[in-house]
Ligand binder design. Structure first.
Ligand code: SAM
Ligand code: DTB
Ligand code: SF4
Length: 327
């Protein structure tokens, strides 16, 4: 069961050591109760177990993306029926952010369906960041690949986090995306780090990958020189017209195991139960929180797909005694 290697890994006082494949596999394969107990123990060392950060997403530029990510409604390569739009005006973003704050969000994440931002868009993005920050919310953006200069401009504007996911394990990556490599993504993450922003990086579960690929994804994240401060774990939202639109659903216990392993392998990171709550039972979501997830998206829409209604979520928080985390 617990090996000395695993014990060593979860003691924050010791120097960071690389996670090995064998140690991560052993974790994934623990009896469920042992895995959840370990995840809760680690979680309680670093966080209030009854607090969950409430975040809201806004698509500031929708559709027409030149990339071919096999899960995405916004790729121009697939017929998904999504209407493409230009970069949103600043006023519209301010209105959406105020609405998110009034709805209880302490973090506002803005996403654009770009391969990378154009330099001419950076001024507008900078204004969006400063306006949302002025409302007292944590800011995050996901805009595709960034150069060092672009990353510095966003950081100077006060962007707290940059989201750029590796999506899956290194061996499965090429089955999902062909238009950019995992190394391209790691290069952007390095630019984000160098610019001084916190890194938000995770992936999607339920794209037909094996457990080994889920392990490979967590190993890649946990073994970065500095692991991401924020780790979104998405359950695939199946979108008609995309290559992954007919994927078999992820088995819920495997999803919960992935969350628990992420919590143990990255003890101080915020683990975000991101896309997919719409299709999860209250019990599955509760086990994700018990496994160490401590952030979710609230509001009826993610970027383009559905998320639970506020009334449904509020009822669940009341049943679980969950409080929103302040930032
Ligand atoms: N274009 C930017 C990029 O890809 O870097 C930002 C937007 S993209 C929609 C952000 C992330 O959302 C993706 O990397 C992926 O992990 C997640 N995502 C996108 N579509 C999804 C889906 N159908 N189900 C679950 N997660 C999804
Ligand atoms: C992340 O990992 N999940 C969020 C956020 N980062 C940008 C996006 C989820 C998108 C789900 C599909 C959609 O709504 O289009
Ligand atoms: Fe484009 Fe991002 Fe969708 Fe990939 S995930 S197709 S990069 S919007």
């Amino acid at each position: 069961m617990t090996t000395t290697t695993l014990d060593r890994r979860t003691k924050p006082s010791e120097a960071k050591q690389a996670w090995t494949y064998d140690a991560a596999r052993a974790l994934f394969e623990l009896p469920f109760a042992d895995l959840i107990f370990r995840a809760q123990t680690v979680h309680r060392m670093h966080f209030d177990p009854n607090e969950v950060q409430m975040s809201t997403l806004l698509s500031i530029k929708t559709g027409g993306c030149p990339e071919d990510c096999g899960y995405c409604s916004q790729s121009a390569k697939f017929e998904t029926g999504l209407k493409a739009s230009k970069l949103m005006a600043l006023e519209e973003v301010k209105t959406a952010a105020a609405h998110a704050k009034a709805g209880g969000a302490s973090r506002f994440c803005m996403g654009a369906a770009w391969r990378e931002p154009k330099d001419r868009d950076i001024d507008t993005l900078v204004h969006m960041i400063s306006e949302v920050k002025a409302m007292g919310m944590e800011t995050c953006m996901t805009l595709g690949m960034l150069t060092k200069t672009q990353a510095s401009r966003l950081a100077e504007a006060g962007l707290d986090y940059y989201n750029h996911n590796i999506d899956t394990g290194p061996e499965y990556y090429g089955k999902v995306i062909t238009t950019r490599t995992m190394q391209d993504r790691l290069d952007t993450l390095e630019n984000v780090r160098e610019a001084g922003m916190a890194v938000c990086c995770g992936g999607i579960i339920g794209m037909g990958e094996e457990r080994d690929d889920r392990i490979g994804m967590l190993l890649t994240l946990a073994n970065l020189p500095t692991p991401p401060e924020s780790v979104p774990i998405n359950a695939l939202m199946k979108v008609k017209g995309t290559p992954l639109g007919e994927s078999a659903s992820i088995e819920s216990f495997e999803f919960i195991r992935t969350i628990a392993s992420a919590r143990i392998m990255m003890p101080t990171s915020v683990v975000r139960l991101s896309a997919g709550r719409e299709n999860m039972s209250e019990e599955t979501q509760s086990l994700c929180f018990l496994a160490g997830a401590n952030s979710i998206f609230i509001g009826p829409k993610l970027l383009t797909t559905k998320n639970p209604a506020k009334e449904k979520d509020d009822a669940l928080w009341a049943k679980l005694g969950i409080r929103p985390m302040d930032v």
